[in-house]
Design a protein around this ligand. Structure first.
Ligand code: HEC
Ligand code: HEC
Length: 228
C-alpha cells in the first residue's frame, strides 16, 4: 500500500541523472512534513471514530463513500495527497453550495483533528511530494478538455452531485480555494483510488483518456479561471 507511492519520492533525483547528482532530501521531506501534523494516537482515532457517526449517513461506514451523496474519503491516493490542513478546513468550513455543511459549528478543533486521525487510520499511506509550483496552463485550451472529458462526470459547470453527476463539485470556489495546485495536479494525473476517477496521466493505460502534463495544467487553469 505504502510502496505504491514511494517511487515518486525518487523522481527528483532521477531527473538529475546525467548532471551532477545532488541528493538533497531536505526540500521534499520538508514539504511532506508540513502536510501531516495531526497526532494519530489511539485516543485521537477513537475520538474521531465516535464523531464520524454523524458523517456516515453520507460518507458511509468506514468512509467508503456513497456515489452522488458523499464522496469516498478512504481512498489511498486521496489521503496521500490531501494535507491535514486541507481536510480540517474542508470539515470545519464545509463546501458552500453543497450538502457538505460547515461542521465547525458542531465540532470543536479537537474533534475535527480526531476525525482526521480516524480517516488516516482507515488507509495508512505515506504523503506524496506535490508539485506546488505556479500553474502554467491556458484556460481556453483547458475549456475544451473539461467539456469533452471531465464534464460527463463532474457536470457541465462542475457543480458535481447537484448536476446529477457522479463526480464532486470541482468547479466550485469552495473546493478550488481549499485545494492546492499540487493536490489538483496529483489527483487529475494519478486519479482517486477506489473510485471511478481514474488517473489521466499519459502513462496510465487504464485511463478514460490520456492527457499530457500541459493539458492537465490547462484544465486546472480553466477550473481556477472559472471558479464560481
Ligand atoms: C448530508 C451529507 C453529508 C454529511 C452528513 C457529511 N458530508 Fe462530507 N461531503 C458531502 C458532500 C456532498 C461532499 C462533496 C461536496 C462537493 O461536491 O465538493 C463532501 C465532502 C467531504 C470531504 C472532502 C472529500 C472530497 O473528496 O471532496 C470531506 C473530508 C468530508 N466531506 C468530511 C466529512 C465529515 C468528517 C463529516 C462529518 C463530520 C461529513 N463530511 C458529513 C456530504 C456530507
Ligand atoms: C468517469 C467519470 C469521471 C471523469 C471522466 C472525471 N472524473 Fe474526476 N472524479 C470522478 C469521481 C467519481 C470522483 C470521486 C467522487 C467520489 O469520491 O464520490 C472524482 C474526483 C475528482 C477530483 C477530487 C475532487 C474532490 O472533491 O476531492 C478531482 C480534482 C477531479 N475528479 C478532477 C477531474 C478532472 C479535471 C477531470 C477531467 C480531466 C475528471 N475529474 C474527469 C469521476 C470522474
Amino acid at each position: 500500500m505504502v510502496r505504491l507511492f514511494t517511487p515518486l519520492l525518487a523522481v527528483p533525483m532521477v531527473l538529475l541523472a546525467g548532471g551532477v547528482v545532488e541528493a538533497d532530501p531536505a526540500p521534499s521531506e520538508a514539504s511532506t512534513a508540513k502536510m501531516r501534523w495531526v497526532v494519530g494516537s489511539a485516543e485521537n482515532v477513537a475520538l474521531g471514530k465516535a464523531s464520524f457517526g454523524t458523517c456516515m449517513g453520507c460518507h458511509n461506514i468506514n468512509a467508503t463513500g456513497r456515489i452522488g451523496i458523499g464522496p469516498r474519503i478512504a481512498s489511498e491516493s486521496y489521503l496521500a495527497a490531501a494535507s491535514d490542513d486541507f481536510l480540517i478546513e474542508t470539515i470545519r468550513d464545509g463546501r458552500a453550495g453543497t450538502t457538505m455543511v460547515p461542521w465547525g459549528a458542531v465540532f470543536g478543533e479537537a474533534e475535527i483533528q480526531g476525525v482526521v486521525a480516524y480517516l488516516r487510520s482507515l488507509h495508512p499511506v505515506e504523503p506524496v511530494v506535490l508539485d506546488e509550483s505556479e500553474l502554467r496552463g491556458d484556460p481556453d485550451k483547458g475549456a475544451i478538455v473539461f467539456r469533452n472529458i471531465c464534464s460527463g462526470c463532474h457536470g457541465r459547470s462542475g457543480a458535481g452531485y447537484q448536476e446529477t453527476a457522479n463526480g464532486t463539485g470541482i468547479g466550485r470556489k469552495a473546493f478550488l480555494d481549499a485545494a492546492s495546485n499540487g493536490f489538483l495536479r496529483f489527483i487529475v494525473s494519478e486519479g482517486k483510488s477506489q473510485t471511478k476517477m481514474r488517473g489521466f496521466a499519459a502513462k496510465n493505460i487504464t485511463a478514460v483518456a490520456n492527457l499530457t502534463e500541459q493539458q492537465i495544467e490547462d484544465t486546472i487553469a480553466y477550473l481556477r479561471a472559472n471558479a464560481w
